[in-house]
Ligand binder design. Structure first.
Ligand code: ADP
Length: 298
C-alpha cells in the first residue's frame, strides 16, 4: 500500500473538519477524493503531506509515518496545493529551478518526468508565473511538484478554475504519470472527473460516504433515474416535488433528475400528472446513472 489512513480526525477549534477517515491507496493507483467545498479534502492532504497534525488516528505514506517520519515523507512526495502556490514574481524557469534546488536536484536530472508537460510551457519560460493563464499555472505547478521525482503525488483540486480543454489535457497527463509508476491522490469537486480515477472516495462534511471504483459505484446503484424536461423548468421542479411517490428531484444540466420510490411507478401516469399541472413539451426518459446521482442520494 502506498497510502494508509486509519481513523484520522482533525478539528479546527470547534469545527470537525474530518471525522475518523480511513482509506488505502495502492501503489501506482490513481485515487480520487470527490466532494464539494468544505468536505475536508484539503485537511486530508495537509495531514498526509505532514503540514498538519491530526488530533486522532494514524497514517503512512510510502511506508513512512506522517508524524515520526515527516522528513522522509517530504522528500518522497510531491504536493500541488489547491491555491496557486508558486512564486508569482519569479519566471516559469526560475520557479522550476527554485523547487529543484530546494530538493537538492536539478531540472536536467528528472527532465524526462516533466518533459511532456514542460514542453507546453517552455515558450513562456521567461514570463512571470503571476502573468500565466490558469491552465499554464497548473502545468507549472505540476512540474514543480514533480521535479524531485516523487513516489506519491498529492493534487488538491488541480482543475478547479481551469477551462474544459485544459482540464481534459490535465487528466491525460495524470494517466501518463501513473504509467510511470507514480501513485496519485487527487481531489476534485467535479463529479464528471470521478470516472477518470481507478477508485474514488465520496466525501461529505468530513466523512467518507463510499469507497469503490466509479464503475462499481454506478453498477451497484439500484434506483432508476428519469431524465425529465418541460418548457417551464421551474414549474416542472415544483410539480415533481409535489408528486406523491417522489424520492428525489434535482436539476442536472438541461434535465431534471427524478427518482421515484413506488414499485408500481409508471412514467405515463407521471406524464399525465404533469400535463394536468399545465406543463408543456414534456419529455421523460430513463437516464444513465452518474456519480453525481449516487452522491446526491447518499
Ligand atoms: P475542502 O478542501 O474539501 O474544501 P477543507 O479541508 O478545506 O475542505 O475544510 C473542511 C472544513 O474545515 C470546512 O468546514 C472548513 O471551513 C474548515 N476549515 C478548514 N481550514 C480551517 C482553518 N484553518 N480554521 C478553521 N476552520 C477550517
Amino acid at each position: 500500500m502506498s497510502i494508509i489512513v486509519q481513523n484520522i480526525s482533525k478539528s479546527y477549534n470547534k469545527i470537525k473538519a474530518i471525522d475518523a477517515i480511513s482509506f488505502e491507496v495502492k501503489e501506482g493507483e490513481l485515487f480520487g477524493l470527490i466532494g464539494p467545498d468544505g468536505a475536508g479534502k484539503t485537511t486530508i492532504f495537509r495531514t498526509l503531506t505532514t503540514l498538519l497534525l491530526a488530533n486522532e488516528g494514524s497514517a503512512t505514506v510510502a511506508g513512512f509515518d506522517v508524524v515520526k517520519d515527516y522528513v522522509a515523507i517530504r522528500n518522497s512526495v510531491g504536493y500541488m496545493p489547491g491555491k496557486f502556490s508558486l512564486y508569482q514574481d519569479l519566471t516559469v524557469e526560475e520557479n522550476l529551478k527554485f523547487f529543484a534546488t530546494i530538493f537538492g536536484t536539478t531540472i536536467e536530472e528528472n527532465y524526462d518526468l516533466i518533459k511532456d508537460i514542460y514542453i507546453q510551457i517552455e515558450p513562456f519560460k521567461t514570463r512571470r508565473a503571476g502573468a500565466l493563464s490558469g491552465g499554464m499555472k497548473q502545468k507549472l505547478a505540476l512540474c514543480c511538484a514533480l521535479i524531485h521525482a516523487p513516489k506519491v503525488l498529492f493534487l488538491d483540486e488541480p482543475t478547479t478554475g481551469v477551462d474544459p480543454v485544459s482540464r481534459k489535457e490535465f487528466w491525460e497527463m495524470l494517466k501518463r504519470l501513473q504509467k510511470k509508476g507514480i501513485t496519485i491522490l487527487v481531489s476534485t469537486p467535479y463529479m464528471d472527473e470521478a470516472v477518470l480515477c481507478d477508485r474514488i472516495a465520496l466525501i461529505q462534511k468530513g466523512s467518507i460516504l463510499k469507497i469503490d471504483s466509479p464503475e462499481n459505484i454506478i453498477k451497484k446503484y439500484d434506483k432508476v433515474i428519469y431524465n425529465i424536461k418541460a418548457k417551464n423548468r421551474h414549474q416542472l421542479i415544483l410539480d415533481l416535488k409535489k408528486y406523491p411517490s417522489q424520492y428525489s428531484v434535482f436539476a442536472f444540466g438541461e434535465f431534471i433528475h427524478y427518482i421515484d420510490n413506488s414499485s408500481t411507478f409508471n412514467s405515463i401516469d407521471l406524464q399525465h400528472y404533469l400535463e394536468k399541472q399545465n406543463n408543456t413539451e414534456i419529455e421523460i426518459k430513463i437516464g444513465n446513472t452518474t456519480i453525481e446521482d449516487v452522491f446526491m442520494d447518499l
